[in-house]
Design a protein around this ligand. Structure first.
Ligand code: FES
Length: 373
C-alpha cells in the first residue's frame, strides 16, 4: 500500500459503502471520516512486502518473543525444581539464597522481552499513521459495523499476520510459557501444608521433647520479667533451634508488661478459652506478633490508648480486650500465648497458641463464637 498524506486535502465526499469496487483502505478511510477522524499521514513501513529489511526486522521481533518464552520456561523450571527450603542461616553460595532472585529475574526478563517484542512490532513493522479524532456519542449502525469489520481486517493485514507466520509462531511460542508461568504458582495450592499453619515453635512435644519452651530474645538471651519495664514490650521467640528465624515465621510474640489497671481490665475481659490457662503472668501478657490481616509484625504498642498497631494497613488491636481488632482490615484477635515463669526466673510457654496465629486460611479450625470474636 502506498503512502497517503491527507493533511492538506479538502473534506472528501461521502462514499457509498455498497460499492463493491471500494478497496479496504477506502472503506477504512470512510469509516474514519464518518467518525470525524482525519488521516494526517499514512505510510506502510515496508511498501514492498518481503524485502530483506522487513525479514530482518521480523527476525529481531521473533527473537524477542522466543527469548521471552525461554525465560518464562526457566521461571517455571526454577519454580518447580530450584532448592528453596530453609536450612539454617544461608550464605550467597547456598542455592536457596537465589530462589527468589532467580524467580524475579526470569519472570521479569520474560515479561520485559515480550513487551519489547510487541513494541518493536508496532514501532518497526506497523504502518506509520497519524490520525486526529473528535469524540462523539451514539450506537453502531450497520454501516458502522461494516466499517469496524474493515478496520479490524485492515489491522490484521497491516500487522501482516497472514504473511508473517514466523512472527505469529514466535509470539505464540513466547506467550505459551508466559501463560504457564502465570498459572505455575497455582501448583503450590495442590501441596498439602500439613499442620505447619496450626503448630508453631511453641509446641513443646514437637520441638523440645515435651519440656517447656523458654521465651528468647533474637540474640539468644532468655527473657526474665525484669527485662520489661511497666508499659513496655519486647519481642520474643521460642528458645529452640532456629526459633528466632524464618523457619518459625508464625512464632514471634510481643511480651507486654501492662500497667496494673490495664491488667485488671484484661483479666475481666478474657475470652472463655483463656480463662483456665496461663493467659497472664502477673501483669504480663504475650500476644502473637503476627497480624491476623496478612501477617505483618504488629509491633507498635501505644500504652495510653492500650492499642497495638500494625504498620502495614493500620489495623489496631485492643490490648486490654484479648487484642480484639478495633480498627482496620484485620478481623480476628491476636492469639495469646499462655506462659508463666519457671523456677529459675525465666518466662516459659505453658502451651502452643490456642488458635492458629497469623492470617486466616481456608481450612483454619473454627471456634465457638464466644471464644473468638
Ligand atoms: S497486615 Fe496488619 S493490617 Fe494488614
Amino acid at each position: 500500500m502506498s503512502a497517503h498524506n491527507d493533511g492538506d486535502r479538502a473534506e472528501p465526499e461521502s462514499v457509498d459503502l455498497s460499492d463493491p469496487k471500494l478497496s479496504r483502505f477506502e472503506v477504512y478511510k470512510e469509516g474514519l471520516r464518518r467518525d470525524d477522524i482525519e488521516i494526517i499521514h499514512y505510510e506502510p513501513r515496508f511498501p514492498k512486502p518481503g524485502t530483506k529489511a522487513e525479514k530482518r526486522m521480523e527476525r529481531i521481533v521473533g527473537g524477542f518473543f522466543l527469548l521471552s518464552g525461554l525465560f518464562a520456561t526457566a521461571f517455571v523450571v526454577a519454580y518447580i525444581w530450584w532448592p528453596w527450603e530453609y536450612d539454617g542461616p544461608a550464605t550467597w553460595r547456598d542455592p536457596e539464597t537465589w530462589y527468589t532472585p532467580v524467580l524475579g529475574a526470569t519472570l521479569g526478563l520474560s515479561l520485559l522481552l515480550f513487551a519489547v517484542g510487541v513494541l518493536t512490532w508496532a514501532k518497526k513493522l506497523l504502518p506509520i499513521e497519524e490520525l486526529v479524532q473528535d469524540r462523539h456519542d451514539g450506537g453502531s449502525s450497520p454501516d458502522d459495523r461494516r466499517i469496524a469489520e474493515a478496520t479490524v481486517d485492515g489491522l490484521v493485514e497491516d500487522m501482516g499476520l497472514k504473511r508473517r507466520p514466523f512472527l505469529v509462531k514466535a509470539a505464540l511460542l513466547g506467550a505459551a510459557p508466559l501463560g504457564l508461568a502465570a498459572v505455575a504458582p497455582l501448583g503450590a495450592l495442590l501441596k498439602d501444608p500439613g499442620d505447619m499453619l496450626t503448630v508453631t515453635g511453641w509446641n513443646a512435644e514437637r520441638y523440645n521433647d515435651g519440656k517447656p519452651i523458654r521465651l528468647m530474645l533474637k540474640d539468644g538471651a532468655m527473657v526474665r520479667p525484669d527485662m520489661v519495664s511497666v508499659g513496655g514490650q519486647i519481642t520474643a521467640f521460642p528458645a529452640i533451634d532456629h526459633g528466632a528465624t524464618n523457619q518459625f515465621p508464625t512464632s514471634p510474640i510481643l511480651l507486654i508488661h501492662l500497667r496494673d489497671e490495664d491488667a485488671q481490665i484484661l483479666h475481666g475481659n478474657l475470652y472463655p478459652m483463656y480463662q483456665d490457662v496461663d493467659a497472664l503472668w502477673g501483669n504480663f501478657v504475650a500476644y502473637s506478633k503476627i497480624c491476623t490481616h496478612v501477617g505483618c509484625p504488629t509491633s507498635l504498642y501505644e500504652q495510653q490508648s492500650q492499642r497495638l498497631l500494625c504498620p502495614c494497613h493500620q489495623s489496631q488491636f485492643n490490648v486490654v480486650d484479648n487484642a480484639a481488632p478495633v480498627f482496620g482490615p484485620a478481623t480476628r484477635h491476636l492469639p495469646i500465648l499462655p506462659m508463666t515463669v519457671d523456677d529459675e526466673g525465666f518466662f516459659i510457654a505453658t502451651s502452643d497458641f490456642l488458635v492458629p496465629p497469623g492470617p486466616a486460611f481456608w481450612n483454619r479450625p473454627s471456634l465457638p463464637e464466644e471464644d473468638e470474636k
